[in-house]
Every structure is written in C-alpha cells, then in structure tokens.
Design a protein around this ligand. Structure first.
Ligand code: DON
Length: 321
C-alpha cells in the first residue's frame, strides 16, 4: 500500500489533465437508462437473483483521486475478475514455472471450452480461461501455507478493505451446478496437470470467484496494476514492475476470451471481465477503473460495462494505443 505520495503520478496528471468528473457525468447520463439485450448470468443459480438494473462505475487515479457514479459501493460477485488476483499470487510464489503448466496465448474460445484443452493435451491456453484458472487454484493449494486464509488476507490488503468476504452461498451454488468445470478439472487431472484432489481444487476455485467487491474496491485494488511507481508487497506476494507488465499484457490479450479483440479495438485498455457483470481495466500510469452492470452479452461480458469503457477512452481521447 502507498505510504508516501509519489511525485511522478501527480506530474503525469498535471501534464495530461483528464476531466474525469465531467466524463463520468456524461457516461452516466448516456447509459443509465439504456435498455440492452443483455441477460444476467443464470448458470450459477445465485447470480440469477441479481437485479439487472445495477449500474456503477469508479475510477481511482494513480495520484489517488476517486471519481464515481451509481452503484459504485455496492458489492457484487467478481467471478473471473478474481483470476487476475490468482495470477498475480501464482507468479509471485512460483514465478515463470507457472508457464510449464499453462500458456499465454489468447484462446479465441469461450471461457469454459473443453475442445481446445483436448487438442492441447491438458495445457490450458492461458490463465484466464477456466482450465487455466483451475490449474492456478491447484498451484495455490499446493504452495500457500493456509490457502483460504492467506488468499483472503491478500484480497483485503490489496483492496485496503478489511470487510471483504467470499460468499459461501455463491460458491456452493456453483459447486452444486458446475458440471463443466468438474469435467475440465477431471480432464486436466487425466493429463497430469492437477496435483490435488479435484473437489478440493474446485472448492478453492469457487471460493476465489465468489469474492464480493464493489467497483470502488476493484478500482482501488487494481491501482497496483496501473501505478508503475509503487510496488505492492504483502507476505509472499510482490507485484514487481515485470510482474505487473506480464499480468497487464495477459489481460490485454486474454481478458475477454473470444471477445478480447473487440475489447482491445473498442476500449484499448488491458482489462478483465466476470460473469457477475463487472469489468475492471487499467490505464497504466493514469488510473484503474471498474464498472458493473449485470446483463451480459453472449460471450459472457457486461454489455453496458463494455459500452461505458468504450465511452471512457473515447471521451478522454486516451488509451494505451
Ligand atoms: O467458472 C465459472 O464459470 C465462473 N465461476 C467464472 C466465469 C467468468 O466469470 C467468466 N467471465 N466472464
């Protein structure tokens, strides 16, 4: 966590001032009442109960200013956004050895596709598709001393919020109905790419997917990936410059599964989505941003969330491209 205010982030914002308040007011006015054809995820029964009308957005700048609107402090199920956190922890604890067991190439397939895994003999294409995240869950179970406690403490530290929890209700709901993930983990085990008991791996995977954070929490946590001046450290986890570069590049190429190209084209920032309707993105050196709107498109990404981020980079006139 930041203890001393760094001068360079303040300088960057002085040189390239962005009128965040006006821009967010515009996005709020344009999108709040917009009806999309998106659908709230129903394959996890607990997620089906969430109102489609929630809409919130939160920006946290590298010089620590907050800008937001709507339901930015309401917590929601972060689902696959958690895979960025597990990737950061895995890279911290096992380093590049992670890539003996999972690749870094975009999949161009759905997040829960089994077809590619069969062709590639149990080595998932990247850490963000479900099989890749299951391999990371297996690694964390084997390497963290107290996996559940250590991971919870890490999330509380990176969000700077001691009240954060994982929802047992959501995790159990997915455990009871996640037949595809059960197939994927068994398939991985068959190929020798899972060391722990398959049920234990699924339980830890559902535990990290079921964390409930607000847009504010996410924007604050992802500052660690936007701010190259400050290195987040907690226990074994150290988000060095190289690690952040690697994680951001995997977000850029794989964060939206078979819609990664579309997100890069329209938004132009590294980001990660989750089926709870959240999306997080970072503009390195400038800000981290989180948006939440539960209705999803058929690729599993928030419809309004994508629109809001597209408007953000259009209105700021600034993306990584
Ligand atoms: O395993 C699943 O299907 C969910 N726990 C996570 C999927 C997800 O969030 C995909 N992202 N858009």
């Amino acid at each position: 966590m930041r203890l001393i205010k760094k001068e360079s982030s303040a300088k960057i914002h002085k040189m390239f001032p962005i009128p965040f308040e006006e821009i967010l007011a515009k996005i709020k006015a344009e999108l709040t009442d917009l009806k999309s054809n998106g659908k709230v995820a129903t394959y996890i029964p607990e997620l089906a109960k969430v109102s489609p009308d929630f809409f919130g957005m939160h920006i946290f700048t590298t010089d620590e200013r907050d800008f937001s609107f709507g339901d930015n402090t309401t917590v929601f199920s972060i689902q696959s956004i958690s895979k960025v956190f597990t990737l950061a922890v895995c890279l911290s604890v096992v380093g590049e050895k992670l890539f003996d067991r999972v690749g870094v190439e975009p999949s161009g397939n759905a997040f829960n596709s089994i077809v590619q895994l069969e062709k590639e003999k149990g080595i998932p294409r990247n850490p963000f598709i479900n099989p890749g995240a299951l391999v990371m869950a297996d690694i964390l179970l084997s390497t963290l001393k107290n996996p559940y406690e250590d991971y919870l403490n890490f999330i509380r530290k990176i969000t700077d919020n001691e009240n954060i929890v994982s929802s047992e209700r959501v995790a159990n709901s997915e455990f009871e109905t996640g037949f595809m993930n059960a197939s994927l983990v068994n398939f991985l085990k068959y190929h020798g790419n899972i060391n722990n008991d398959v049920e234990e791996v699924l339980k830890f995977y559902y535990f990290h997917c079921a964390f409930e954070l607000s847009c504010r929490d996410l924007a604050h946590a992802f500052k660690a990936f936007a701010d190259h001046e400050e290195i987040f450290e907690f226990g074994e986890v150290k988000l060095s410059k190289t690690l952040v570069k690697r994680v951001n590049s995997i977000m850029q190429t794989c964060g939206f599964y078979d819609e990664a190209g579309e997100f890069a084209y329209k938004v132009g920032l590294p980001g990660k989505s989750g089926v709870g309707g959240g999306i997080v993105a970072v503009h390195p050196l400038f800000y981290s941003v989180a948006v939440w709107s539960p209705p999803l498109n058929e690729k599993g990404n928030s419809v309004k969330g994508m629109m809001a981020l597209e408007r953000l980079t259009a209105l700021t006139g600034n993306s990584i491209f």
